[in-house]
Ligand binder design. Structure first.
Ligand code: PLP
Length: 393
């Protein structure tokens, strides 16, 4: 299976053994699996016989999604979770003990920031924020004997920071630490962090992988030992598992992921160029632009730039709000990675868990507007952007 190429795997990986065979993977909408007899149940629970035990940690439809994701992310194994946040939480819960530390770029989704800053602190584990994550020395100088892993979101939401993953992986290996990459924005269609040296990949599958804002989900892709440790550990005890129906929606999403990503990238490049030249826009964050500070790193390690971008309007918070409120086609929501183009004001919504100083350090200003460019006709996206920006004249 692994020798097949991306699009073939995105459609066929994880399909096996269904009776009767079926073009789409069946939805096993069940939580339990009756046994032949008590002996068989015991063998399955001991792992001596293949089979399923209980829906909180295993289900055939969810397993197909996990197998397909592991193939696409080039990892041994994968475990699906109820959301992207629960994937990050499960991973941290599995890797950290009381008194442990970990390093994270401060350029992360607001929910991740809140979890690392407040949620894990309550468990007695501490984050060391790396506020200049492009600087490898900044990571190295913060490693202590208690450091357990390095975490980076690349590209980052909403500012599109791109970490030099091979360099960061080299540093992690030198210190014997795992490097975790949140690959939500690229998806495996555009970037495989493990091929660049990372050890573990997490996703909010809620975004591009599902692709139409219909199912919350997350996944951890990594070595079998880690994945099975999480399956037998915190997912079993906490129960943040993916539902069979959401796994099925994600399987369908994967079938045309690379086609969608191609068009997302195409539309985003056109909008980024347009915004870059607009007189009411003071800056654009999109690494596909040659002038972007991460352009070279992007070209080195990604197959495409995905479709998340952000830009600052000239003026004040009120001006940014005037633009956001003027959109007629673009949808104002706190989401990204869908067929529809979405606009968001990160400072007051997705990243509102960060304080004023933290927002400033992360470059999330009151005039910053995030756009997740969708799959509509590009001329219609530009026309709506143009009429909204005209409100600033
Ligand atoms: C990069 C990134 N990681 C993780 C998450 C959390 O995912 P979820 O909303 O599925 O919990 C998000 C949500 O926006 C995100 O943008």
């Amino acid at each position: 299976m692994d020798e097949r190429r991306f699009n073939t795997n995105a459609i066929h990986a994880g399909r096996s053994g269904y009776q009767p065979d079926s073009m789409t993977i069946p939805i096993y909408q069940t939580v339990a699996y009756p046994y032949e007899d008590a002996r068989e149940a015991a063998q399955i629970f001991r792992g001596e016989k293949p089979g399923f035990t209980y829906g909180r940690w295993d289900n055939p439809t969810v397993q197909s999604f996990e197998q397909r994701m592991a193939v696409l992310e080039h990892t041994e194994s994968a475990i699906a979770t109820s959301s992207g946040m629960s994937a990050i939480f499960m991973l941290a819960h599995h890797l950290l003990d009381k008194g442990d530390e970990f390093l994270s770029s401060n350029l992360v989704y607001g929910g991740t920031f809140g979890l690392f800053q407040k949620g894990l602190d309550r468990m007695g584990a501490n984050v060391n924020w790396i506020t200049s994550p492009q600087n490898i020395e900044a990571w190295e100088s913060n490693i202590t004997p208690r450091t357990k892993f390095l975490f980076v979101e690349s590209p980052s939401n909403p500012n599109l920071f791109i970490a030099d993953l091979p360099e960061l992986a080299k540093l992690a290996k030198k210190h014997g630490l795992p490097l975790i990459v949140d690959n939500t924005i690229c998806t495996p269609a555009l970037q495989n962090p493990v091929d660049l040296g990372a050890d573990i990949v997490v996703h909010s599958t809620t975004k591009y992988i599902c692709g139409n804002a219909s199912a919350l989900g997350g996944i951890i892709c990594g070595p079998r030992e880690l994945v099975e440790g999480i399956r037998q550990g915190c997912i079993r005890y906490i129960g943040a598992s993916l539902s069979p129906f959401n796994a099925w929606l994600n399987l369908i999403g994967l079938e045309h992921l690379s086609l969608r990503m191609e068009r997302h990238c195409h539309n985003a490049m056109i909008l980024a160029r347009y915004l870059d030249e607009h007189p009411s826009v003071s800056s654009v964050n999109y690494p596909g632009l040659a002038s972007n500070p991460y352009h070279k790193v992007y070209q080195k390690q990604m197959k495409g730039c995905s479709s998340l971008m952000s830009f600052e309007v000239k003026g004040s918070y009120e001006d940014a709000v005037r633009v956001i409120d003027a959109f007629k086609l673009l949808v104002h929501a706190t989401h990204l990675g869908t067929c529809m183009t979405i606009v968001t004001h990160p400072a007051s919504t997705t990243h509102s868990a960060m304080g004023e100083e933290e927002l400033l350090k992360a470059g999330i200003s009151p005039v910053l507007i995030r756009v997740s460019v969708g799959l509509e006709d590009e001329a219609d996206i530009i026309a709506d952007m143009e009429q909204a920006l005209q409100k600033l004249n």
